[in-house]
Design a protein around this ligand. Structure first.
Ligand code: UD1
Length: 337
């Protein structure tokens, strides 16, 4: 059984689907602070198999230990559960450190106690900040984090590295995601931000649906071909498959060191305007947008070198941008209706 913390969330739910499709039994643990219990039924609709579910806040050390007592057959953990809003983290840093770091420590302590050794962590390209040389490889130096949220990802990586160093039996893989977008082709699960979306693609789909009046593009005076920022947008299903591969690598003991980390992106940079154009083309519609000032804290450009993940994990992003943006629109429409 694979324990997926934050398994009703955006990336978590897609990963549970891919784990079930790969034949794994899954257990979702989520505090439902930013997701809906209904996702569990939707996963069942997609896979024909229901994941086990437990509502639990991993900040509760006692309950986290009890979880491992109750489910002795947990073979590996994929840890998504965390707060992820950059702006909110600047306003409430203690909440972010307490939740993102506290939960990780409780989980690792419980795993230690119950002799569980396989751990996959949800990290982010945010650890690179604005790199000098592009694309970024895993050897690109990590930068001082721009926000408490980003810092929790960087600190979590350090904690895993140190823990692995001190415990040779413990094995972990951190996956540094670039920008996950899109939704499951069934349209049954997808990204569901509460309130006004911070991220680009949910804002785009909500604008197309008429929930938002206009998309604001944050700056067109960057040093990029069309002046808008560049990111590496990765399809969430492709991204989820990387977790399945990472789990298999740990279970088959194919890992080369007991703490590994990989870039998970497409290897291709896309500007904000290219996203808008691709969205319009893929879905045959026009999007209402305007160019506004730069958003403070945004980096100009980043994309991944994914050679290591390609070679070591045998994983590669496969789904194209148009198809991904069509899936995002399909999800938005289906969910709203
Ligand atoms: C942000 C976080 C990253 C986190 C990710 C979660 C920072 C520096 N990075 O990435 O750590 O993992 O969210 O998905 O905060 N944009 C617009 N208009 C909008 C929204 C976004 O033009 O309404 C532009 C942004 O300026 C950016 C691009 O779209 O160039 C992507 O933005 P977003 O989806 O928010 O992701 P990141 O900022 O890259």
């Amino acid at each position: 059984m694979i324990l997926v913390t934050g398994g009703t969330g955006y990336i978590g739910s897609h990963t549970v689907v891919e784990l079930i499709n790969a034949g794994f039994e899954t257990l979702i643990v989520d505090d439902l602070s930013n997701s809906e219990k209904e996702v569990v039924d939707r996963i069942e609709q997609i896979c024909g198999k229901k994941p086990a579910f437990l509502q639990l806040d991993l900040k509760d050390r006692k309950k986290t230990f009890e979880l491992f007592e109750k489910y002795p057959n947990i073979e590996a953990v994929v840890h998504f559960a965390a707060h992820k809003a950059v702006g909110e983290s600047v306003e409430k840093p203690l909440m972010y450190y307490e939740n993102n770091i506290g939960s990780l420590i409780n989980l690792l302590n419980a795993m230690n106690e119950f002799k569980k050794t396989n751990f996959v962590f949800s990290s982010s390209c945010t650890v690179y900040g604005q790199p000098d040389i592009l694309p970024v490889t895993e050897n690109t130096p990590r930068m001082e984090a721009e926000s408490p949220y980003g810092n929790t990802k960087k600190m979590a990586e350090d904690i895993l590295r140190d823990h692995a160093l001190a415990n040779s039996a413990f094995k972990s893989i951190a996956l540094r995601y670039f920008n996950p977008i899109g939704a499951h082709p069934s349209g049954l699960i997808g990204e569901l931000p509460r309130g006004i979306p911070n991220n680009l693609v949910p804002f785009v789909t909500q604008t197309a649906y008429g929930l938002r009046e206009q998309l604001s593009i944050f700056g067109n005076d960057y040093d990029t071909p069309d002046g808008t920022c560049i990111r590496d947008y990765i399809n969430v299903v492709d991204l989820s498959k990387a977790h399945v591969v990472a789990i298999k690598r740990l279970l088959k003991k194919r890992n080369k060191s007991n703490y590994e980390y990989f870039n998970i992106g497409t290897g291709k940079g896309t500007t904000v305007l290219e996203i808008v154009k691709s969205f319009e083309k893929a879905n045959s519609l026009k999007l209402n947008y305007k160019i506004v000032d730069r958003r403070p804290g945004d980096i100009e450009k980043i994309w991944a070198d994914t050679t290591l993940a390609n070679n070591e994990l045998g994983w590669k992003a496969e789904i194209g941008l148009d198809e991904t943006l069509a899936s995002a629109w399909n999800w938005e429409k289906k969910y709203r209706s």
